[in-house]
Design a protein around this ligand. Structure first.
Ligand code: ADP
Length: 524
């Protein structure tokens, strides 16, 4: 027969064993379950619950139960909240017992006694363990001692599991961040083996993460052309430097160039490599952040083209103005009136061209900054604007104009100055990009909802692949014709922005070899 003394020893051994098992467990819910089972068993109770402090609101919530039904948990949480706030206000034991009694009744009327144990770690209350039983029995000081040491052990286990849970959350959050980042991210071992490879990088490189992981960095990152930075050379030269202190800046390395993708295509990318050291200053990982810099490159290229076209475009009229002005100024020649007038006309025209160019540039940069065109609306007849434009151009070119206008035409509300700018550009382009002497057809039409204008030439036309790009800012088709003609590539860009500000559309139809036809459509 077991003596009471032996029973206590047995109970203590059992407790120790359970405590050890609990501390080895990192899954919070599992730890709570084990603590509950052990404590309910130890006190021969019927029902047990564990509440844990929530970090965000500081309140206690039931996180595990044994023997209580789930539906009453919200109500129990309320009682628990009253109980815990009275504890922090230092209320007497009677009130605590009353609250515990109320909880017991909520669970089961038959429950008679409750034993509550705080779970305390590093002087901080982590939670509360309560065991209810259906009979009243004395709890000896020995019992309390054993129970308390068990609760202390349990608190350590709960604390560890909570830490683990937090780390696990953090890990999952980081993994999601890494996976869904718009930038390519890979994690490398110190010997440059790929350990992680996110989906953005799959898209950029054409490698699946499955194939890339385990490969050496250089197998996946193959440079067709490297502009600056060199990972291998930097490693050989002692990169990365260990940080002197926690705060000292990270020794990152940037490499930029054209990547040869797995499918043979190329992509302009920039990679920033950042080293990760452990507490002893040993290199743990290299984290590579990869950005697609195609757009940046394109913008840079466009800017270069722009600077060279604009300076060219500015230089020509300036040279003409300067040339004619200094000719007129020569003291040794007596110019007759007709020559003077001719030269002054040229100077004036060239000055106008300069003004126009500067105006276009200003409008383009204004649109860029404000994202829209501001319109000055008035009553406008599109057919009259077109006719006037043709009359103006007729003087300056030997193209044949054919007009196609209905007898009557509706008035619309539009910005006359801007529309004139668009029509001038379309007719001007038709002249510039079609042979001398060929025919240009300009016509208008309307229906109940729309008015339309088209300009059709007999030039070489525009290849399908270029038909959307010609409306881009500074875009000029790279062919013989464009090289021989002057232009900034702003005209159609501005035309499109202006027509769209009127809620209209501009389009081009062209069969290469048989001319181009530009059409604008505006709402009535
Ligand atoms: P720009 O004429 O100053 O170069 P635009 O924006 O008006 O600029 O036109 C962009 C490009 O579209 C031109 O450089 C030219 O290559 C092409 N383009 C425009 N109109 C025509 C046309 N009627 N026929 C052939 N190509 C055209």
């Amino acid at each position: 027969m077991l003596m009471l003394q032996d029973y206590r020893v047995l109970q203590r051994d059992l407790l120790l064993e359970i405590a050890r098992a609990i501390t080895a467990q990192l899954e919070l819910s599992e730890v709570l379950r084990m603590v509950l089972r052990a404590s309910v068993g130890m006190l021969a109770g019927q029902v047990g619950l564990i509440a844990l402090r929530n970090d965000s609101d500081g309140r206690f919530y039931i996180r595990a139960t044994s023997g209580a039904s789930l539906e009453i948990i919200p109500k129990l949480n309320e009682k628990l909240h009253d109980l815990m706030s009275s504890v922090s206000e230092g209320t007497d034991n009677d009130y605590l017992n009353l609250k515990l009694r109320e909880m017991a009744i909520l669970i089961d009327r038959k429950l008679r006694q409750s034993v509550a144990m705080p779970l305390i770690f590093a002087d901080q209350p982590l939670g509360l363990l309560i065991v209810f039983r259906s009979y009243q029995a004395a709890v000896t000081s020995d019992d309390v001692q054993i129970l308390q040491s068990f609760a202390n052990q349990a608190a350590i286990a709960v604390h560890n599991a909570q830490l683990y849970e937090r780390i696990e959350h953090e890990r999952k959050r980081l993994a999601a961040l890494l996976q869904h980042s718009g930038d390519g991210v890979m994690i490398l071992s110190p010997s440059l083996i790929i350990l992680r490879f996110n989906s953005a990088l799959e898209r950029m490189t054409g490698w699946s993460s499955q194939d890339a992981i385990g490969q050496h960095h250089d197998v996946v990152i193959v440079w067709q052309r490297r502009e600056h930075g060199d990972l291998q050379a930097s490693l050989a030269a002692g990169w990365p430097k260990r940080p002197v202190s926690e705060e000292s800046f990270v020794d990152t390395l940037s490499v930029e160039g054209d990547l040869l993708r797995r499918d043979g295509l190329t992509l302009s990318i920039g990679i920033t490599y950042a080293p990760l050291f452990d507490a002893d200053g040993k290199l743990l990982n290299i984290i590579a952040n990869v950005r697609d810099i195609t757009n940046f490159r394109k913008a840079q290229e466009m800017q270069n083209v722009f600077i060279s076209t604009v300076s060219h475009e500015l230089r020509t009229p300036i040279a003409l103005i300067k040339g004619y002005a200094s000719t007129l100024q020569r003291d040794d020649v007596e110019w007759d009136k007709a020559v003077v007038r001719e030269y002054l006309t040229i100077i004036e025209e060239e000055a106008d061209r300069l003004t126009e160019l500067v105006q276009d540039l200003l409008t383009a940069s204004k649109i860029q900054a404000e994202q829209q065109v501001t319109l000055n609306m008035s009553d406008v007849r599109l057919d009259l604007l077109a006719m006037r434009a043709v009359e103006r151009f007729r003087q300056t070119t030997n193209h044949h104009f054919e007009l196609d206008f209905p007898d009557e035409f509706p008035v619309i509300s539009a910005d006359e100055v801007r529309l004139r700018q668009v029509i001038d550009n379309l007719v001007g382009n038709a002249i510039k990009y079609s042979p001398n002497g060929s025919q240009i057809k300009v016509g208008c039409s309307y229906d109940d909802d729309w008015v339309q204008l088209y300009v059709q030439d007999e030039g070489p036309g525009i290849p399908l692949s270029e038909q959307t790009r010609i409306f881009d800012r500074f875009y000029r088709i790279d062919n013989n014709l464009s090289r021989k003609t002057k232009g900034t590539g702003l005209g159609l860009y501005l035309a499109k922005k202006i027509i769209e500000a009127h809620r209209g559309t501009i389009s081009v139809h062209s069969q290469p070899g048989s001319g181009a036809r530009f059409t604008i459509t505006l709402p009535r």
